[in-house]
Design a protein around this ligand. Structure first.
Ligand SMILES: Cc1cc2nc3c(=O)[nH]c(=O)nc-3n(C[C@H](O)[C@H](O)[C@H](O)COP(=O)(O)OP(=O)(O)OC[C@H]3O[C@@H](n4cnc5c(N)ncnc54)[C@H](O)[C@@H]3O)c2cc1C
Ligand code: FES
Length: 371
């Protein structure tokens, strides 16, 4: 059976009718939705009742450690805005694993591009680099995230796109969007990487540069130029104050950029995306409390004020997770009872049957989780 993107076009309407029918109480007692999903999947890996599946149609080796995976999604894909990310799911060593990846492709593009750096010892990035082939099929979420250009207002006249390392993925998506929109303002695209071997998309940037007179591309190579600290940044882009900035890179470096922008009073002009870093854990650990994980029939006592995700891993559980910084919601779980603190906002909540993100929640009393 040959299933192409076009033959799948009428599928979402048909599938949603099927889902609606399967949810009728009398039918759901006889036919399980998951069984229908398995049957569809056996017929063709791109078929699903409601899930976005995407086939790898091309793989580009961008550098020794970075590959771009070009994906063709099935008809459930609802599109993205440039700069957004998706959650990618894969079965690795018998466990469903999920990580967030920005789209390096422009939002309006038919094919999605994920540009992934292989992390030493990393589960998903090594799986993607080693196991994915043209023809492999991945499960992806709909696009999420706020790292986007303004939609209903004119673009600012001066823009700084600032990236380091794999943070270049969503920033490149914004660059491609500006190019597509024939943006005529002043853009400085400043990318930081270790050396020339890590530089990617050089030819494409030359091509874009030739068509966008207002574009300045600067690559800062730390191996020869040292770290791009506040002083070097101000020397490279002296008109920071006049620019709206989009920032993505390693957490520690982003913290420095945020601090500089705050110190100079430009914080409101900065939009950023974090790939990692984790929430700040209070030094005051309080007294250990009990955590009951109902589904896994496990109970443990907390040590320190680490997020519940870390505490559960320490107790030998392996909760689903992606970003570990509260963005992707992969670790979302129902808290049946107890009090937790959101480590990002400081909000304390005792509501029963509340959805919490384990990676940013710390227990403030005995807690029962549907985990
Ligand atoms: C919104 C968002 C967008 C993102 N976009 C991109 C993107 O475009 N490109 C990209 O490359 N990445 C991106 N990321 C990062 C990505 O989600 C993953 O975090 C990254 O690929 C690493 O995942 P992994 O499964 O390979 O590594 P993991 O298995 O999660 O491990 C990460 C690191 O921790 C180490 N480690 C793992 N377990 C342990 C342990 N128990 N003790 C000590 N060390 C350990 C590993 O060796 C590895 O170095 C994004 C993240 C977010 C939140
Ligand atoms: S792991 Fe992404 S929100 Fe918790």
């Amino acid at each position: 059976m040959t299933v192409t993107h076009n033959t799948l076009k009428p599928w979402p309407r048909l599938a949603s009718q099927l889902v609606h029918t399967l949810e009728r109480p009398w039918l759901s007692a006889i036919v399980r939705k998951s069984a229908v999903e398995d049957t569809l999947n056996a017929l063709h890996p791109l078929l699903s009742l409601d899930t976005v599946k995407a086939r790898v149609v091309h793989i580009t080796h961008e550098s020794p450690t970075v590959r771009s995976f070009i994906l063709e999604p099935n008809a459930h894909w609802q599109g993205a805005r440039s700069g957004q990310f998706v959650r990618v799911q894969a079965e690795i060593n018998g466990r469903r694993t999920e990580r967030a990846y920005s789209l390096s492709s422009r939002g309006g593009a038919q094919r999605l591009a994920l540009t992934i750096k292989r992390k030493e010892g990393g589960l998903m990035s090594n799986f993607m680099h080693q196991q994915l082939r043209v023809g492999s099929v991945l499960t992806v979420s709909q696009a999420e995230g706020e790292f986007v250009l303004p939609a209903n207002e004119p673009l600012p006249g001066k823009i700084l796109l600032l990236s380091a390392g794999s943070g270049v993925s969503p920033v490149m998506a914004l660059m491609r969007e500006l190019h597509e929109q024939e943006y005529a303002g002043d853009v400085c695209f400043l990318h930081v990487c270790r050396d020339a071997s890590e530089q990617i998309w050089v030819d494409e940037m030359l091509l874009i540069g030739a068509q966008m007179p207002g574009l300045t591309v600067v690559t800062h190579l730390t191996a020869t130029q040292g770290r791009l600290d506040a002083q070097a940044l101000l020397a490279t882009v002296p008109d920071l104050a006049e620019r709206a900035t989009w920032l993505c890179g390693p957490a520690a470096w982003m913290d420095q950029v945020h601090a500089l922008w705050a110190e100079k009073g430009y914080a409101s002009t900065l939009t950023s995306e974090r790939f990692g870093g984790g929430p700040t854990v209070p030094a005051d650990a309080g007294t250990p409390v009990s955590v009951v994980c109902e589904r896994s029939a496990t109970q443990f006592m907390t040590e320190g004020a680490q997020p519940l995700l870390v505490q559960a891993e320490r107790a030998g559980l392996a909760p689903k997770h992606g970003c570990r910084i509260g963005i992707c919601r992969s670790c979302q779980c129902t808290k049946k009872s107890g009090t937790v603190e959101n480590l990002l906002t400081g909000e304390i909540s005792s509501a029963p049957n509340e959805e919490i993100r384990l990676c940013i929640s710390t227990a403030r009393s005995d807690v029962t989780l549907a985990l």
